[in-house]
Design a protein around this ligand. Structure first.
Ligand SMILES: Nc1ncnc2c1ncn2[C@@H]1O[C@H](COP(=O)(O)OP(=O)(O)OP(=O)(O)O)[C@@H](O)[C@H]1O
Ligand SMILES: [Mg+2]
Length: 318
C-alpha cells in the first residue's frame, strides 16, 4: 500500500449562490504526479487554494502530507510548496532577491539561503539574469523564477497551478523534465493544466473536473478507454461546401471558424467509405480529411459537456 500524500472527501465550496466544488474526492499517492483537468472556471484553482490552505472549504475533509487541512494547517503549510496561476514574483527586485526573500520566509540561514538560491537559479537557467530586476524578465523567465521560488523550502508536496501556461515548447519541455526530476526524488506533484498533452505526458493519474465534481479519474490510458471511438475531421476552404457538408452530415459537430466538421468514427474502412459516400451524394469534397484516434482532448470534450464543440479549433493531428 502506498501512502497517500493528498486525500479529499466531499470537498465543497461556493461563492454566493454559485457552487464551485460540489463534493470532490481525491486520492494522490506519494511520489506521483496527479493532474487536475477542467475547463476554464471549473474550480481547479479553487481546489488548489483549498488544498494549500489559502482558502477554506465550506464542507468536506482533506489531509495533505498526513495532516488535517483545518486542524493542522500550519503543518500542511510546512510540507508544501505552491506556485499559483498568477505569479508571485516581485518585479521591483532582482530574481536573486526574490529567491533570497523566499529563503528568509523559510527561515534558512543566510549562507544556506544563498546556496539554495544559487543552485535553483542555475537549475532554472536564470543565473545570468539573477541580478536583473524581475520586471525585465520574459514571461517564461518569470514562470521559471516562480517555480524556483516554490522549491526553496524543499517541499515534499508541490501544487503547480498551470505551470507551463505561456511557456514556449522548449521551456515547456524543460519544465516537464524538472517536474519529472522532482518526482524521481520522491516529491508529490499536484498539477493543473490546460494542456491535455501535458497531463498525458506527465501525470500518473488524471482527474477531470466538471460542474463541481470529478467527472472521471484514472490513468491517461484508462480515460481514453472511456471514450468509445475516435473521430474524423473534415476541413473545407469553401464556406459553401462546408455548409453543404454540415447539413448532409447532421450529426457532425461544427467548428464554423475553422470550417471543420468532426464526425464520431472508429476510423474503420467501412465507416470512412460510408462517410465519403454521403459526401459524394451531397456533391461536396473536403479539402482535408484526418482520422483521429481518441486522445485526451476527446476525453476532455466528452466529459466536460462540450462534446465535439471545442471553442478553440484543435490544430493537432496526432
Ligand atoms: N474569490 C471569488 N469570488 C467569487 N467567485 C470566485 C472567486 N474565485 C473563483 N470564483 C469563481 O469560481 C469558479 C471557479 O474558479 P477557478 O478559478 O477555481 O476556476 P479554474 O478551473 O481555475 O479556471 P481557469 O482554467 O480559468 O484557471 C469561477 O466561476 C470563478 O468565477
Ligand atoms: Mg485556474
Amino acid at each position: 500500500m502506498t501512502a497517500l500524500a493528498i486525500t479529499a472527501n466531499g470537498l465543497r465550496k461556493s461563492y454566493g449562490d454559485k457552487t464551485v466544488l460540489d463534493g470532490v474526492d481525491l486520492a494522490v499517492p506519494e511520489g506521483t504526479i496527479f493532474s487536475l483537468l477542467g475547463p476554464n472556471g471549473a474550480g481547479k484553482t479553487t481546489a488548489v487554494k483549498i488544498l494549500s490552505t489559502l482558502i477554506s472549504a465550506d464542507g468536506g475533509q482533506a489531509r495533505v502530507a498526513g495532516h488535517d487541512l483545518t486542524a493542522d494547517a500550519q503543518c500542511v503549510r510546512a510540507a508544501i510548496g505552491v506556485t499559483g496561476q498568477f505569479s508571485a514574483v516581485d518585479g521591483l527586485i532582482t530574481g536573486e532577491e526574490n529567491m533570497l526573500l523566499m529563503a528568509d520566509l523559510h527561515h534558512l540561514a543566510k549562507r544556506e539561503g544563498r546556496q539554495v538560491a544559487a543552485e535553483l537559479l542555475e537549475r532554472f537557467d536564470l543565473t545570468e539574469a539573477a541580478k536583473k530586476p524581475a520586471s525585465t524578465y520574459s514571461g517564461g523567465m518569470k514562470r521559471r523564477l516562480d517555480i524556483a521560488m516554490t522549491l526553496v523550502g524543499d517541499p515534499r508536496i508541490i501544487f503547480l497551478d498551470e505551470p507551463t501556461t505561456g511557456l514556449d515548447p522548449r521551456s515547456r519541455h524543460n519544465m516537464w523534465q524538472i517536474i519529472r526530476e522532482l518526482v524521481s526524488d520522491g516529491v508529490t506533484v499536484f498539477l493543473t493544466t490546460q494542456y491535455l498533452e501535458e497531463a498525458d505526458q506527465l501525470a500518473d493519474r488524471i482527474a477531470v473536473l466538471n460542474d463541481g465534481r470529478i467527472a472521471a479519474e484514472g490513468t491517461a490510458e484508462e480515460l481514453k478507454r472511456l471514450i468509445p471511438g475516435g473521430h474524423v475531421r473534415l476541413r473545407f476552404t469553401d464556406p459553401a461546401a462546408y455548409r453543404s457538408a454540415a447539413s448532409a452530415l447532421g450529426e457532425a459537430s461544427r467548428d464554423d471558424e475553422a470550417l471543420a466538421l468532426r464526425i464520431p468514427s472508429d476510423g474503420s474502412q467501412r465507416e470512412l467509405r460510408a462517410l465519403l459516400d454521403r459526401l459524394d451524394t451531397a456533391g461536396v469534397e473536403a479539402d482535408e480529411l484526418t482520422v483521429h484516434t481518441p486522445d485526451l482532448d476527446d476525453v476532455f470534450f466528452a466529459l466536460t459537456g462540450d462534446a465535439g464543440t471545442p471553442d478553440q479549433p484543435k490544430e493537432a493531428v496526432r
